[in-house]
Ligand binder design. Structure first.
Ligand code: UDP
Ligand code: MG
Length: 323
């Protein structure tokens, strides 16, 4: 149960479990890394000596990896993971989670949008018996209107369609207990929507309300393209409703087709020249677009099924550096 299916867990047989792990994926984060390390370490030091901070370099093109190594020279609590290329946030996170050994694990972004200083409060909630403490955003500073609006709409649509309730306005900022994490890591899904998967596993999950800060420096590493892909992964992984859409659209198209047909016959009887041809064109355009759309929906599921069936590892770790 404790091992991810597709790749060995380098920490599987380790006995010296730290009390706490922090896992932060980093993609081109040279501008924030030192400050993140400083603030995160300060918080951890006040809590326990038994901790590790796992930094995952997700194929950065800038000085992120070099900076990580410089930090690790002076900090034995750092564990560095370098992926072979950019795998994307969700898989970088999965790689970090497979390497961390802590009894409790904090998932946090490196850009300081989720304050490390919230950790003590989250630990308190876990002390009261929660297995997962998920950060829920009350307010988000420094985000564009477009992002706020699309994020809000996305969570509402997803929750309508998903069979698993996924709390609105959450990111991946959360504290997870080891038993819950082991279950999560045993799920071999390629297209991961981790916040949804964590909801799916159950156990006792409690929210932690917080105000999300603006990025400390640099710009978002989630351009619209990546956001859209994540949203599609979420939808396809957590709902089969789009597949059922084919039925509904088909039915609607039949109705519209029938109406057009009736209209064409009536118009034909009243001898409006050309009305029949127009109706045929209309019906053809309608039906073929519905068919293409439904094919696209099928493709979204089929493509993911195909990728999953190849059984490739979720990520490739090039190097792990421990103190
Ligand atoms: N990230 C990553 N790989 C990627 C994109 C992002 O590891 O391909 C990391 C990034 O370095 C950051 C976290 O994921 O620590 C969240 O990304 P970002 O802050 O850019 O997203 P946003 O907060 O703007 O949604
Ligand atoms: Mg961010």
């Amino acid at each position: 149960m404790t091992e991810p299916v597709d790749h060995p867990n380098p920490a599987a047989d380790s006995n010296d479990r730290p009390a706490l792990s922090v896992v932060a994926p980093c993609f081109n984060e040279e501008e924030v890394l030192s400050e993140f390390h400083r603030r995160m370490s300060t918080v951890c030091e006040q809590l326990t000596q038994s901790y590790e901070i796992v930094l995952v370099d997700d194929g950065s093109k800038d000085a992120t990896w070099r900076l990580m190594n410089e930090l690790a020279e002076h900090d034995p609590h750092l564990v560095l993971v370098k992926l072979s290329r950019n795998h994307g946030h969700q898989l970088a996170l999965t790689a970090g989670l497979s390497v961390c050994r802590g009894g409790r694990v904090l998932i946090i972004d490196a850009d300081l949008q989720d304050s490390p200083e919230h950790l003590p409060q989250m630990l308190e909630i876990m002390d009261r018996g929660a297995d997962v403490v998920y950060g829920q955003r009350r307010h988000r500073a420094g985000e564009s209107r477009f992002k706020l609006w699309t994020a809000a709409a996305f969570y509402r649509v997803l929750n309508r369609l998903s069979e698993t309730p996924i709390p609105a306005d959450t990111g991946d900022f959360r504290l997870i207990s080891r038993p819950a994490l082991d279950v999560l890591q045993a799920m071999p899904e390629q297209h991961r929507f981790i916040r949804g998967m964590v909801s799916w596993i159950g156990f006792r999950q409690e929210p932690f309300l917080f105000d999300r800060d603006a990025r400390f420096a640099g710009e978002t590493k989630y351009p619209f393209r990546k956001m859209f892909r994540l949203a599609m992964d979420a939808l396809v992984s957590f709902s089969t409703w789009p597949l059922k859409l084919a039925n509904i659209l088909g039915l609607l198209a039949v109705l519209v087709g029938l109406l057009l047909l009736v209209w064409a016959v009536v118009a034909g009887l009243r001898s409006h020249a050309g009305a029949g041809r127009l109706a045929v064109l209309g019906v053809m355009a309608l039906f073929s677009s519905v068919q293409l759309f439904v094919l696209g929906v099928l493709g979204a599921y089929l493509g993911r099924l195909y990728e999953q069936s190849k059984g490739r590892p979720l990520f490739i770790i090039e190097t792990i550096r421990r103190a």
